[in-house]
Design a binder for this molecule. Structure first.
Ligand code: ADP
Ligand code: ADP
Length: 232
């Protein structure tokens, strides 16, 4: 479950201040796929980064899986972030590490033992369909395969929530379709709550249960996907 309560985010101060989010309220029940759609500069990126506090809101509360993120100390926040996976437009893989070692990284950082890492990484590679690519490097993979590695890495710490920041924007339509299919599969198999931001209507139509429209830092509309796209 993801809950944003009255979130405001201002970058900079004085004359240079930019109000990126204004009084944003959003509630996403467990197991839902929720899309936030809006034009460039509307505040999508800021909104999604406020969920795991990559950006700290100027005011308001962020609650993920019952835990108020905005009240945690730095070490508590680190731990809470294990419950939140994130994927990005440009994948953000480490180029000097193999596929296996990219997926293993979050577990290494958590101090997981080698054997346990192995027992977690191999099934994840299977889940995303890359079991035969474990020893390859990111440069040897297609864009869709790189995003699959990033998804496996995001799932390594057994998150309850997955944040997708324009995750298909760098991919061609066919590859986008297969990544969305994988995300739908993960949502169902793992009952993972997914928040995604995108500027592409098709992405929202294809996997979201509900959708919000963001404009100038404010959520201006929210609806079931079917309702949203048939509204007059
Ligand atoms: P979107 O993801 O919808 O394109 P963003 O959240 O990136 O929107 O940006 C919302 C607004 O906040 C924009 O006006 C943008 O210029 C501004 N902004 C984003 N990040 C920063 C930052 N680090 N410093 C100052 N302004 C920022
Ligand atoms: P070992 O039991 O032989 O010590 P580990 O599980 O400790 O193996 O892994 C050591 C390194 O070998 C890992 O960091 C990773 O780079 C690589 N590795 C392990 N298992 C695989 C695999 N199935 N495919 C590709 N590389 C692997």
């Amino acid at each position: 479950m993801i809950q944003l309560e009255n979130i405001t985010k201002t970058y900079g101060t004085g004359d240079a201040a930019v109000q990126a989010l204004q009084n944003v309220d959003l509630h996403i029940p467990a197991g839902q796929v929720h899309g936030v759609i809006g034009l460039s500069g509307a505040g999508k990126s800021t909104l999604i980064r406020c969920v795991n506090l990559l950006e700290r809101p100027s005011s308001g509360r962020v609650i993920v899986d019952g835990q108020e993120m905005t009240r945690l100390s730095a070490p508590q926040l680190n731990k809470a972030r294990h419950r939140i996976g994130m994927i990005f437009q440009h994948f953000n893989l480490l180029t000097t590490r193999t596929v296996y070692d990219n997926v293993a990284l979050p577990l290494e950082l958590m101090g997981t033992k080698r054997q346990a890492i192995r027992q977690r990484v191999l099934p994840l590679l299977e889940l995303v369909g890359l079991q035969d690519k474990a020893s390859q490097y990111p440069a040897q993979l297609s864009g869709g395969q790189k995003q699959r590695v990033a998804i496996a890495r995001a799932l390594a710490s057994e998150p309850r929530v997955l944040l997708c920041d324009e995750a298909t924007s760098a991919l061609d339509p066919q590859t986008t379709g297969s990544i969305l299919e994988l995300l739908r599969d993960i949502n169902q198999k793992l009952n993972l709550t997914i928040l995604l931001i995108t500027h592409e209507m098709e992405v929202v139509k294809s996997i979201c249960h509900r959708v919000s429209l963001i404009s100038d830092g404010q959520l201006v509309e929210e609806a079931e996907v079917g309702e949203f796209f048939t509204a007059p």
